[in-house]
Design a protein around this ligand. Sequence first.
Ligand code: ADP
Length: 156
Amino acid sequence: MSTVVYPGSFNPITYGHRDIIERALRIFDNVVVAIGTSADKDPASYLAGRIELCEQALEEFGDSVVVEGFNNLLVDYVRSKNTRFIVRGLRTMSDFDYEFQMIEMNQTLDADLEYVLLPTSRQWSFLSSSRVREIAGLGGDINEFVHPAVAAHYQQ
Ligand code: ADP
């Protein structure tokens, strides 16, 4: 069984993330959605809520998608999942710059890591978690961008 780790903030998970997961599952048997956190910024209870929302939003994929939090070095986390593959999504050139820096850094730490970079589907190229939070915060409808469970969480 081949596994890929999809690390990110997922704050919140959007249909852009879902699209990357769906496409990663055409290449790999399993995707581990790994929600990054740091003890100071991200209290555990908050992370638990984010994991639960991701699980609800990704229920359709069944056992092929697992959601976890991690707070150690990404390269160590990936190895603990018995894989060396990481998937990330690319929207813009600025994503590309950012990803490239991360790739170089992580491949310096572990030369055997392989990154799979999937370009966003055109439909979601403008979509970001921060924009979704902004719209929800101003009382806008986010149902077009996120799973109903996520929308309900932000609009309660
Ligand atoms: P991070 O803070 O690590 O960038 P995000 O949750 O914002 O975490 O993003 C995780 C990954 O998902 C990144 O590779 C990002 O480029 C990708 N991503 C986010 N939104 C989209 C989208 N609309 N289309 C494709 N990829 C996306």
